[in-house]
Design a protein around this ligand. Structure first.
Ligand code: PMV
Length: 340
């Protein structure tokens, strides 16, 4: 369990959690009320892209509503509602529905642009909120709680290479670590095409997956692909992993594009990067593969030996605005320094 380090005047804790990049994606929900997914997913937790969140429970009763600040701005509307809903769940688990909370959160990367900010955000929020209340929950339980805020957040409760089991209910739909971060020093080089917030959040997109005629074909094909990904990770074999992660990213975007209404997250720059990756591989033998989440940015996965070359080449592409890099990282940690 995570325990707050210091006893503050008000119960306060700060947690930092890494984002993650999925190799087999979570897309589509079987039960939207509890974010039960249609399939298992596998990801790598990212060490350098993280969210830091402080939760201060107002046990003095001064606040009449939760107060949420994200990246220096007061959160309003849907964003604030999502945080409050998650805090409601934690209040319910704590058996104390009275107290509101002050939440201050900071991302060290652009939010809502396909760099999975919701994963690190809800993982950090879950850990900080539960630690501040001294709730004696193990990591697996915290993973299930984080899942309710954002499915992919369940995976950010663990470091390294992680699988989220589809499960049947709240207790079984949780993530587990396959290998720790040290197992494979894989690199994620993110080609940032746009930092604008996506027009349709993944939370809304998940509900639309079943309207695509391609959805069931994708889900049916995943059983063997998941096994291939597990094996490739075990062997640290990128030439085995790479083609599958590209295939599933394209399959997921195929589902998105053919759902009703249609979702098209790509921009011209997204295609420029995908074409370049294939050219570099085919013409120059550069071992690099792409994957894309619900946004226009492209994650390039390669071994550390190729990172500098990939970075150099990406910077020459006209549509790449910036490049962010990360390797695998550990699970969430509690920090002594608070943001409030
Ligand atoms: O956790 P959510 O609701 O933000 O969904 C994440 C969806 C993808 O990033 C596209 C895929 C994944 O598994 O991370």
């Amino acid at each position: 369990m995570y325990r707050a380090q210091r006893q503050e005047a008000l119960p306060t804790a700060t947690a930092r959690a890494g984002s993650n990049i999925a190799f087999i994606k979570y897309w589509g929900v079987a039960d939207p009320r509890i974010n039960l997914p249609l399939n298992n997913s596998i990801s790598m937790t990212l060490g350098s892209l993280h969210t830091t969140t402080t939760v201060e429970w107002d046990t003095a009763g001064r606040l009449s509503a939760d107060q949420v600040t994200i990246d220096g701005e007061p959160a309003t509307g849907k964003k604030a509602e999502r945080v409050t809903e998650h805090l409601n769940l934690i209040r319910h688990l704590a058996g104390d529905k009275r107290h509101r909370a002050r939440v201050v959160s900071r991302n060290n990367f652009p939010m809502a642009s396909g760099i999975a900010s919701s994963a690190s955000a809800f993982a950090a929020l879950t850990v900080a909120a539960c630690a501040a209340l001294d709730l004696p929950f193990e990591r697996t339980r915290l993973s299930g709680i984080a899942r309710r805020g954002s499915g992919s957040a369940s995976r950010s409760l663990f470091g390294g290479f992680v699988e989220w089991e589809q499960g049947r209910d709240d207790a079984t739909s949780v993530a587990r670590q396959i290998y720790p971060a040290e197992h494979w020093t894989l690199r994620d080089v993110v080609a940032v095409i746009s930092t604008a917030e996506k027009p349709v959040s993944s939370q809304n997109g998940h509900g639309m997956a079943v309207t695509s005629p391609f959805n069931s074909a994708r889900v049916d094909s995943l059983y063997s692909m998941l096994q291939e990904v597990r094996n490739a990770i075990t062997m640290c074999d990128l030439q085995r992993l790479g083609p599958i992660i590209e295939q599933d990213a394209l399959a997921m975007h195929g589902v998105m594009m053919t759902s009703r209404p249609s979702l098209l997250y790509w921009q011209p720059g997204t295609i420029e990067v995908m074409q370049a990756v294939r050219r570099w591989r085919e013409n120059d033998g550069l071992q690099v593969y792409f994957t894309i989440d619900a946004g226009p940015n492209v994650h390039l996965i390669c071994e550390p030996a190729f990172e500098v070359e990939v970075l150099k080449r990406l910077q020459k592409l006209g549509s790449v605005r910036s490049v962010i890099t990360s390797g695998p990282g550990d699970g969430p940690q509690l920090l002594d320094e608070h943001l409030v």
